[in-house]
Design a protein around this ligand. Sequence first.
Ligand SMILES: C[S@@+](CC[C@H](N)C(=O)[O-])C[C@H]1O[C@@H](n2cnc3c(N)ncnc32)[C@H](O)[C@@H]1O
Length: 191
Amino acid sequence: MVIKNILPFSHTLLEEAIQPGDVVIDATAGNGNDTLFLAKRVGKTGKVFAFDIQNAAIKRTEQRLKDEKAFEQTTLFLCGHERMKQQIPEQYHGKIAAGIFNLGYLPKGDHSIVTKPESTIEAVNQLFQLLKIGGIIVLVIYPGHPEGKEEKDRLLPFFQSIDQNKADVLLYQFLNRKNDPPFIVAIEKKK
Ligand SMILES: C[S@@+](CC[C@H](N)C(=O)[O-])C[C@H]1O[C@@H](n2cnc3c(N)ncnc32)[C@H](O)[C@@H]1O
């Protein structure tokens, strides 16, 4: 299939933007799939900073990375991504190559703990400041549950309001799939 599904396409975008040795961010560690992907891509000379507010998610991610021998280049924060800027050491500010937000709830976890539009917007703004020119932010948004629908309704106008001189903002979405499937928004920093 030439057209990629949502999660593979989110990784394709990240893969294009990231080189070995880069510094990157996973804003929602969850079960560690994206953190592991990023850690493999940046390699031992790079760095991944990953955030989650749930201890269960941080523990799962830590175990996943240890099992795959990719923990060395990873730092996990049990902390909301809306506090990202103060957690990332200053030496990396303006040097982050990419970041991902996989929104919603933790699969196989507590479905009542979900990402919230205000903190997501705050974190995207902070990550945008931390990005280098040409760096990207990839968001996977899940409107198929009620809080996800609300998050989508709040996030889309925010993305549309980003100055086109500062960033390119892409929407990647299946138009003919039923039941509000997930979609991607990607933001590439221009200056
Ligand atoms: C869909 S899951 C992430 C999946 C993960 N990227 C993976 O590859 O397995 C969403 C995660 O966001 C976390 N989350 C919710 N609010 C957050 C916040 N303010 N800061 C950081 N993580 C948050 C949840 O605890 C949950 O683990």
